[in-house]
Design a protein around this ligand. Sequence first.
Ligand code: SF4
Length: 510
Amino acid sequence: MCGVVGIFGNDYVAQDMYDALICLQHRGQDATGIITYDGEIFHTQKDLGLVRDVFHTRHMQKLLGYVAIGHTRYSTIGGGAVEDAQPFLSQSFGVMLAHNGNVFNSYDLKKELLEHDHRLVNSNCDAEIILQLFTKELARQNDKSKKSDLSVKQISDAVKSVYARARGAYSVVSYIANKGMVAFRDPYGIRPLLFGKRKNGLAYDYIFASESIVLDVLGFEFVSDVGPGEMVFIDEKTRAVHHVKVMPKTLTPCVFEYIYFARPDSVLNGISVYKAQMRMGEKLADKVKKLKLDIDVVMPVPDSSRAAAVAMADRLGIKYREGLVKNRYIGRTFIMPGQKIRKKSIQYKLNPMKLEITGKKILLVDDSIVRGNTSKQIVQMIRNAGAKKIYLAIFSPPIINPCLYGIDIPTREELIASSFSVEQVRKFTGADALIYADLKDVFEACISGNPNVKDMCMACFDGKYKTGDIDEKVLKKNAASRLNDKSCGQIEEEFETGPEKRKKGQLNLV
Ligand code: SF4
């Protein structure tokens, strides 16, 4: 997951871009970057770390220009090295680009670009591959027409050439120097991308962003979601906005955006994340009701479970209580690279309030269980704080398949529910009961009342990869290349306490 923003304005836009990236910090904390263009020169600042640490006043003063592309990075493909930080710039073509998603054949494409096209690829980041594919076709189109000015058709053909080669999910924002801004979403629209505008004197500023919260904060009016397989091009000379359906397929947005990743105050594909989580909570409450558990309080694991927990408490007619206090200065553990960091941070991240826990029978609400280690530690923490019973309610189904579309759950071995039954997972976490949501309920909670979304990607739960090009061979290849990727050295650490022991039948069931 990443956050991506493109602003096509009329005057200095770097401050708006900084504010936009702050809004999208939750989508990636590994690295961040901004490239601006002032009509003649591109200005770049990117580095590892959080937005507030990477951009200082001296950087902001140099990020001149009326166009900017910004990015917050969460590594899936490529390493955690600074050369993998986005956006990328092709100086020779005068094109900058960033994306959110994952191109799962990027290693093959990189090899091909190096060996057949003799193109230098300087990073392990798939955004650079998209940039190379895009500029290669732009150059070909330009040569073919013998014109120095590219037409909208030629630009959309370059987007089509990316669709033809890049497999996976990608929401891309790009800018061609003195020509205009180009944004496009993969043919299935798996990752979100929204388009907005804002009056600036007699003209308009335009924005593309991963979440609607950015538009709200910066005072942009929502225009539309970029459709699946759609390109939106803003012509710099005429300021005309062109919408081109380049390769539209059925919209299948990632269901996990609504469960965990997106901010609750965002609306993606016309679906409010907050409302979707509330409906997930209500449906899970109906399932819990049937179990006739003796519950004193409903308690969320903060922050991503609050909306669902409130809805569950309302539906069950049971008190809602906050019993875990989060240190807001520690990042989200799920998206930190490396299990050692993850394990350490959970101890600092949540503090149990004995006042609300001791002697209580608690319905603990969380969004998902990935490896199981975090849930186990939280249950243990609450148990140590004196809880009488802990019933763990998860408002997503068991995650049993890897994601090749941009979320860091790439091998089945890492997923506890992939190898073990619900009862075994319950024992591993130490909870007194474990209730998962049903997939049908989660799907209905998301699409409820939205006629535009008829299907969703739920492959990590049901194994149905909507792009139709992922089979066991691809999954194996992806797992192997991840193990070979030096950036993924943390996997071996994860095996120390997780799946490796489970595979050998050494799981220490409580
Ligand atoms: S596999 Fe899961 S996490 Fe990945 S895009 Fe699909 S729903 Fe989202």
